[in-house]
Design a protein around this ligand. Structure first.
Ligand code: URP
Ligand code: ZN
Ligand code: ZN
Length: 465
């Protein structure tokens, strides 16, 4: 068999095992795994030396916002810079959220997002669709599922954005998606109590005294916990499938674990920032830069989320990439309710989780691959095409050095952001080489992909970790 590329001598890591072997690629697929492939199939093949390296499946980031109109501006990474950042971070598939604005239908939202990605994306992508008005928008759900978009998001907050769903909408969506084989993703924060806490502190004296720290003061853990509890209750009684997105609290992990033990179909992701940062960042000089929604929590939450990843109730890791530059963040002018919320993450997810997870002994190398590649691919209906190293899968790979570190510096990164939450951090696990569907898109830490290479990937069979 002729091979186009042989990745030679690396340690191939899947969610369940690590083996030293060569990996052969022909066209877009992995077609051979074995010893000494260069001897038997090497004629004309390009050889990538992976000795002393881990070869992992390309990362699957199931929670990304590119060029998102949000908080009075548009997030700064689009399908060009965002997918270049993904490539350099070893992420070869991302899932963005198509969101309808005003009276748009779900169909129009999806068409708008296809237009944003077309001709620009350098890695593969898919979409979830946000439901902002269930009664008006439900008619499109079946057709979108048939087109390969089986996951929908409802927000329990963001009234100001016109995105908020109430309990009846969640109940209806869970029932309908249950019957059609879809899954409901929920942003769980308790809107009414959050508004009350914000109103209580939204005055000049408090803003002068506490600045960006008010972001954390007004979002205590029970804001997320109460909403998760309610979403779980609607899932329990409907028998639907629930996925809690960007879970930030240890309380959330406790609730999800309890519900899973009861047999409720609930899964949850957390994000790299909740594992790496805590709310002391808001006391920094540029603390407002770190405002994201939900915000980063306490060290005890971090600890519980790491533990939940290792024991299983926290199923996967994503980034919630939603990049805003310093200039955009400056819109706050001292009022924390006006900070554009979100941060960059695609380029640093694998290094942050590898360094703080694997190198610190919190996750095994196989759990790292599971949480960042395999589990999100399975849950979101991309597996086994994506998220693993097996014959027949897309040749999506990241090759990482186990110990070599690089210092994070936004100036040297692909993101359009002019700051990084991890600026100056020394991280291992950056992609030395990245391949997406057999095409090399990062070579020796340098982006070498091309706009328009990335394809939309249809999905099916969601919700199975
Ligand atoms: O602050 C964030 N995460 N912005 C993106 C919107 C969301 O809630 O996911
Ligand atoms: Zn959200
Ligand atoms: Zn998000």
């Amino acid at each position: 068999m002729n091979l186009d590329i042989i990745v030679r001598g690396g340690r191939l890591v899947t969610a369940s095992e690590t083996t030293r072997a060569d990996l052969g690629i022909r066209g877009e697929r992995i077609v051979a795994i074995g010893d000494e492939l260069a001897k038997t199939h090497g004629n004309g093949a390009k050889i990538i030396d992976a000795r002393g390296r881990y070869v992992i499946p390309g990362g699957v980031d199931a929670h990304v916002h590119l060029a998102l109109p949000f908080c009075g501006t548009v997030s700064a990474d689009d399908y060009d810079s965002g997918t270049r950042a993904a490539a350099c971070g070893g992420v070869t598939t991302l899932i963005d959220f198509a969101i309808p604005y005003g009276k748009e239908t779900l169909r129009q939202a999806v068409d708008n997002w296809h237009a944003r990605a077309a001709g620009k994306a350098c890695v593969d992508y898919s979409f979830h669709v946000a439901i902002t008005n269930w009664e008006r928008q439900k008619k499109d759900v079946k057709r979108l599922i048939d087109e390969g978009i089986p996951t929908f998001k409802q927000f329990m907050i963001y009234e100001r954005e016109g995105w908020q769903s109430d309990d009846a909408a969640m109940f209806g969506a869970l029932e309908t998606l249950r019957d059609l084989g879809g899954m409901l993703c929920v942003h769980a924060e308790s809107s009414r109590v959050l508004s009350l806490l914000i109103d209580r502190h939204h005055n000049r004296a408090a803003m002068k005294k506490h600045g960006a720290y008010l972001h954390t003061m007004t979002r205590p853990n029970f804001v997320e916990a109460e909403a998760i509890q309610r979403a779980i209750q609607w899932t329990r009684v409907t028998g639907g499938r629930l996925f809690i997105v960007h879970m930030s609290t240890g309380d959330g992990a406790d609730l999800v674990k309890q519900a899973q033990e009861e047999g409720v179909h609930v899964l949850a992701e957390t994000c790299a920032q909740y594992l790496a940062l805590d709310d002391s960042v808001f006391a920094k000089k540029d603390g407002h830069l770190y405002a994201t929604c939900p915000q980063v929590k306490k060290p005890r939450d971090q600890k519980r989320l790491w533990q939940g990843l290792a024991s299983g109730e926290v199923c996967s890791i994503s980034t919630d990439t939603c990049t805003f530059t310093r200039k955009q963040k400056a819109m706050w002018k001292g009022d924390w309710t006006k900070i554009p919320m979100g941060m960059p993450g695609l380029e640093t997810m694998l290094p942050v989780v590898y360094t703080l997870g694997v190198r610190k002994g919190r996750l095994t190398i196989n759990q790292f691959v599971d949480k960042c590649c395999t589990a999100p691919a399975k849950i979101m209906g991309l597996y086994p095409r994506k998220g693993t190293l097996r014959i027949g899968s897309d040749a999506d790979l990241a090759i990482i050095h186990p110990t070599k570190t690089r210092q994070v510096d936004w100036r040297k990164m692909q993101t359009n952001c002019d700051w990084s939450p991890y600026q100056g951090w020394s991280l291992a696990g950056f992609a030395e080489h990245t391949f997406c569907r057999g095409e090399q898109i990062v070579n020796n830490y340098k982006f070498c992909g091309r706009n328009g290479f990335g394809q939309f990937v249809p999905r099916a069979n969601v919700g199975r970790p």
